[in-house]
Write a protein that binds this ligand. Structure first.
Ligand code: GGG
Length: 352
């Protein structure tokens, strides 16, 4: 198969983890006789520095012309609490999602057996947890009308029926393919937008008779993903709740550095780690490249390359089993492996 891949390393640790994913893709291409071509483009703080725009038209065109986008992360502390810098790197990420119409962010949450003890949660509680969070990605407070002066600020949490219907359709269909259980997460006791989500979901339920649906408030769900994670199969929720919930679920997986994601919608699909740019670690060969590499696996699986995806997953599993781990999940007294060394080990596993 030939794939044209737009490659957006972004900021912070992005330029360190991305090459590891590309080396892994090269090894897979060689082994399975595929042709992957990479088209690198700038975004985030790097793009602001270069051209004053965190998602330049040139990068948008590269994404639109590609079969898939592999993205790392954006974010730079220079832009925090600095009112003189009006554009933030994160604006580029939002523009990218909006312009590509990527309204469905699929975030799988699963455990790795050898990391169960790394979780702050009890092993017997999280063992076997395996669910997916579908986060709405182009609506809600992130995109609603905003205002800020020194006395007053607001963000508008707005959702239209059509936006709710299309994300719920994705979620219902995921539940049909998985274990037929969908949890709609909202704050319908307080928020009008949540009440419309609930109303639309209830209207859609009869179309999916094989799916058991339950409704949960975000505050309750935030507790139950940690105390009862095996209860969940597919969670669907709006943008802000989904963002927060999936950082929380890294406590189940064992590290933020292990959570990949896919963003799907109208144009080119995009694959990125759930984590951000971790600027404090940039350039130090400390960051875990697995979420980026697993995002590449999700990308291949999206195109039906399931054997290839499975081999990448097996290589990642084995690296963890054999203690080839970055510092945040290192075994006590174990050898230190950096970003590059973990990547090289995985490439070597795939090649041999
Ligand atoms: N790879 C994800 C990333 O770069 N995150 C930084 C960020 O600003 N995240 C906000 C969001 O995902 O909505």
């Amino acid at each position: 198969m030939k794939l044209n891949i737009a490659v957006l390393p972004g900021d912070g640790i992005g330029p360190e983890i991305m090459p590891q994913a590309l080396h892994v893709l090269d090894a897979v291409a060689k082994k399975f006789n595929h042709e992957f071509t990479y088209h690198e483009a700038i975004c985030g703080a790097h793009a602001i520095d270069a051209v004053g725009d965190p998602f330049p038209d040139e990068t948008f065109k590269t994404c639109m012309d590609a079969d898939a986008v592999l993205f790392a992360a954006v974010g730079d502390p220079r832009f925090d609490n600095n009112p003189t810098l009006k554009v933030r790197p994160e604006t580029g990420l939002l523009a990218m999602r909006k312009k590509l119409g990527l309204f469905a962010n699929v975030r799988p949450v699963a455990t790795f057996n050898c990391l169960l003890h790394k979780s702050p949660l009890k092993e017997e509680l999280i063992k076997g947890a395996d669910f997916v969070v579908i986060r709405e990605l182009t609506g809600g407070m992130y995109f609603g009308e905003k205002y800020q002066d020194d006395e007053k600020a607001y963000d508008t949490d707005i959702y239209h029926r059509s936006e709710i219907e299309r994300i719920l359709k994705v979620a219902f269909e995921f539940a049909e393919r998985r274990n037929h259980h969908l949890t709609v997460v909202d704050k319908a006791n307080v928020l009008a937008s949540s009440r419309l989500w609930r109303q639309v979901a209830k209207e859609m339920e009869p179309k999916y008779p094989d799916v058991n649906v339950d409704y949960m408030f975000i505050d309750n769900c935030s507790m139950r993903v940690l105390t009862e994670p095996r209860f969940f199969d597919v969670i669907v929720t709006e943008n802000t709740f989904g963002d927060i919930l999936t950082d929380e679920t890294s406590a189940i997986t064992g590290s933020m550095g292990l959570q990949p994601s896919a963003s799907l919608g109208e144009h080119t699909p995009l694959f990125e780690p759930v984590h951000g740019s971790w600027p404090q670690a940039a350039g130090k060969n400390l960051a875990n490249p697995l979420a980026q590499i697993l995002s590449a696996a999700m990308m291949l699986e999206h195109f039906g390359l399931n054997k290839e995806g499975a081999l990448i997953r097996e290589a990642c599993d084995q690296s963890l089993e054999q203690n080839v781990r970055t510092p945040e999940i290192q075994v006590e007294g174990g050898k230190h492996y950096g970003t590059k060394e973990v990547g090289e080990w995985i490439v070597n596993y795939i090649e041999n």
